[in-house]
Write a protein that binds this ligand. Structure first.
Ligand code: NAP
Length: 348
């Protein structure tokens, strides 16, 4: 696609941790072009390069750095809007944009559990995009990306559900500091530490997978019925959430069959060859100490979930460890993949 044919997009919350990742991943995107950047009043009116505390290792694109940051007002030319807004303001602003005809793809928690809003992982529940038809926003819509720990978890669970059924899941997360946003990270007492609390996180990890894995019926999604227990911890890792998972399955199976289910797993984004889709959504390895955030978070453009240490469990049936990039697959990259699926389906 030439630049003229690219779809202009805006980023709300462009200066934040997720916002910066959006900027990085959308710079040179084959289908989308960053046209507008928005943030709070404190940043509005400044060039992006002056408003942002750019902390990514890749350099900020010169053209994007010169864009003047705007307030989050509905005067944007771009009709596709990615949101990395703080959840204290995201709900209202996203609703207003959708009502004004914008297609909003959000990372924030505010609309995730709305009955008419897809909570989308393009590999897992692409059919849930049909919920948009139930929305009352006229030409606009809201699509949400799940919580950053949930995306990796559900990608790993989906082949288990399809092949063996799920009865119960226990998960302990070790979440990277970039998940705490910026600049709050610097205030965290994380050096030489593990913080056994991420406010509001455990209920999200326990409920969101049940909607994502649920069945879309005529009116809404019927949540799947199994129990999840989650304990969430903040650890001193820059990027990449690691999760220790135990599962109880409905059908008897074997370690070998589970590995095969993961290795063979592929879905609609792979079939459609969406630009941000990982070649393989699940990277399984038999390596003894796989996966590790430092070494594996960028696997397959940071869009795959790395899975390892599969073994029998003495209380549940099996246990394993997963790791996925929280600001790529778990946030900006995941949301961009949602937008690519929407484009492939003619929604944008
Ligand atoms: P963050 O670093 O704190 O960034 C928040 C953004 O919101 C900034 O651009 C900020 O702009 C903007 N903002 C704050 N108040 C505003 C207001 N009143 N009006 C307009 N803009 C305002 O947070 P983050 O980590 O990027 O997270 C953003 C959202 O994504 C959150 O809802 C979070 O829960 C979710 N999320 C985060 C992750 C992750 O790994 N970090 C993963 C998944 C989902 P200024 O710079 O101008 O203040």
């Amino acid at each position: 696609m030439t630049n003229k044919m690219k779809i202009p997009v805006a980023i709300l919350g462009a200066t934040g941790s997720v916002g910066q990742k959006f900027v990085e991943l959308l710079t040179n995107h084959p289908w989308f072009e960053i046209k507008e950047l928005c943030a709070s009043d404190k940043s509005a009116g400044k060039k992006y390069i002056d408003a942002v505390d750019w902390f990514l290792s890749s350099p900020l694109d010169d053209r994007v750095g010169e864009i003047i940051v705007q307030k989050c007002e509905r005067v944007l030319e771009s009709k596709v809007v990615f949101s990395g807004l703080d959840s204290s303001v995201a709900g209202k602003i996203e609703t207003e944009f959708a009502k004004a005809g914008y297609k909003v793809i959000s990372n924030s928690k505010n609309h995730r559990m709305d009955e008419d809003v897809p909570l989308l992982i393009p590999e897992v529940n692409p059919d849930h995009l049909d919920l948009i038809k139930k929305q009352k926003y006229g030409g606009g819509c809201i699509v949400t990306n799940p919580n950053c720990s949930v995306i990796g978890l559900v990608l790993a669970l989906k082949p288990l559900l399809d092949n063996f059924g799920l009865e119960a899941v226990n998960v302990v997360t070790m979440q990277a500091v970039s998940g705490a946003g910026h600049p709050s990270v610097v205030n965290l007492d994380i050096e030489d530490n593990v913080i056994p609390l991420i406010k509001g996180e455990e209920p999200k990890v326990e409920i969101e997978p049940l909607k994502i894995l649920g069945k879309l019926n005529k009116k809404k999604v019927s949540f799947i019925n199994f129990k999840i227990s989650a304990q969430c911890n903040r650890v001193n890792v820059t990027d990449g959430h690691t999760e220790c998972v135990q599962v109880k399955l409905k059908k008897k199976t074997s370690v070998e069959k589970i590995k095969k289910a993961w290795q063979e797993y592929s879905s609609e984004p792979q079939k459609l060859k969406l630009p941000s889709a990982p070649l393989k959504p699940i990277h399984f390895s038999n390596e003894e100490s796989f996966p590790q955030p430092k070494h594996h978070r960028n696997n397959d453009k940071g869009m795959a979930v790395s899975v390892g240490r599969l073994r029998n469990d003495s209380i549940f049936d099996y246990r394993f460890v997963i790791m996925s990039h929280n600001t790529v697959r778990g946030a900006a990259g995941g949301a961009i993949l949602c937008a690519e699926l929407m484009k492939a389906k003619g929604i944008i």
